[in-house]
Design a protein around this ligand. Structure first.
Ligand SMILES: *Cc1c(COP(=O)(O)O)cnc(C)c1O
Length: 364
């Protein structure tokens, strides 16, 4: 008897471990573990979501036309070159399913987002890891790992969990060094937060090259993580291929309605950005004062490193913070066994978290 056997690659996958969200005893935690926005979504998005309850019996618009039009208008893009998905996770997976198969390779960086590895393996491909330089994407290291089998390169810019970015000049150097058949995926999940003159999410590169895709999400600054909504912008042939294999109704009506309202509420996004500007800087400074090293970050989160050999460890801090109702993110799976990632929260959440950290470090 031969029992069902997953195809090669599947059993090599370690399932994605989401940020923790619960504490023992049902205490409502301060959850700073998943880079969600502390301000919540636009009230207009919430209202649109509720209004979408009328009409649940109908299939959604499979082309998500209203949402693609709204994104196109907000970002100055051709809606015909946008595909929406159930989170950008779905789109990252679809890209692998279109371009990567057994015998093919796809590259991501040393501390890159773990969804890339899962998507590559699920498609039957071989993940290839490019080392980073000082916790930044290293273009030369990526180029050195390209072979005729390389089909896709993933770069999260800024990256999660490091929070670092590379300037557009480096992204251009990467694109220029990659063979034409390689799809470069620029994951801009945190693009809206970046305040650097030399940063671009890659819109112009997508518009002017036949092999670059930009992935974006509604889970972060737009505050719609629960609805699972993402989008990508790419050259027409890539978009056409993605549209062939995606589920015909992969994005639901309520998510489409909320997404339209969210992307149109510029004032709300600006409020979220202003909040992040202020509190990210505050958190970086306060964590640094405790003697913890903080990686320079341009996202809505920071990575704090505990000193090797010290009695004060990431594991110890994590356990202590939980007793204070605070959940941060362990990042061992990203190659940081002795670091914690903290998402910027509300003022109150940030203050409670920093007080608890100070107590743990003995610097209260
Ligand atoms: C959060 C995040 C995403 C978004 O994923 P969704 O599936 O859209 O929620 C994508 N890429 C990176 C690097 C992220 O951190």
């Amino acid at each position: 008897m031969t029992l069902p056997t997953p195809k090669p690659g599947v059993l090599a996958i370690n399932a994605y471990v989401p940020g923790e969200s619960e504490l023992p005893g049902g205490v409502k935690p301060i959850k700073l573990s998943s880079n969600e926005t502390p301000l919540g979504p636009s009230p207009k998005a919430r209202a649109a979501y509720i209004a979408a309850a009328e009409g649940m019996e109908r299939y959604p618009d499979g082309a998500a036309t209203a949402l693609r039009n709204a994104i196109g208008k907000a970002y100055g893009l051709d809606p015909g070159r946008i595909v929406c998905g159930a989170g950008s996770d779905e789109l990252l997976n679809l890209i692998c399913h279109v371009y990567v198969g057994p015998g093919d390779e796809a590259i991501y960086t040393e501390h890159g987002f773990l969804v890339y590895k899962i998507a590559i393996l699920a498609a039957g491909g071989t993940p290839v890891v490019a080392p980073e330089k000082d916790l930044h994407t290293d273009v030369d290291a990526i180029l050195a790992r390209v072979t005729p089998k390389t089909k896709v390169v993933f770069v999260a810019n800024p990256n999660n969990p490091t929070g670092t970015y590379i300037p557009m000049s480096e992204v251009r150097r990467l694109r220029a060094g990659l063979p034409e058949h390689v799809v470069l995926v620029l994951d801009g999940a945190y693009a809206e937060y970046v305040r650097r003159n030399d940063y671009e999410a890659g819109i112009e590169m997508v518009a002017t090259t036949p092999n670059t895709v930009m992935a974006r999400t509604f889970s972060k600054i737009y505050g719609l993580a629960a609805l699972r909504l993402g989008w990508c912008y790419g050259p027409q042939p890539i978009i056409d291929a993605l549209n062939r294999i995606r589920g015909p109704f992969n994005v639901n009506s309520a998510a489409i309605a909320a997404g339209v309202a969210a992307v149109e509420d510029v004032e709300h996004s600006q409020k979220a950005l202003a909040h992040n500007d202020k509190w990210l800087a505050w958190c970086v400074e306060e964590v640094s004062k405790l003697g913890l090293k903080v990686t320079p970050t341009v996202g809505n989160f920071l990575l704090m490193h505990f000193a090797d050999g010290s009695a004060k460890t990431a594991a110890g801090a994590d356990a202590f913070l939980k007793t204070r109702g605070v959940i941060l993110r362990r990042v061992t799976g990203y190659g940081f066994p002795n670091a914690l990632r903290m998402t910027v929260g509300t003022e109150e959440e940030n203050r409670v978290t920093l007080k608890a950290l100070a107590d743990y470090m003995g610097k209260a």
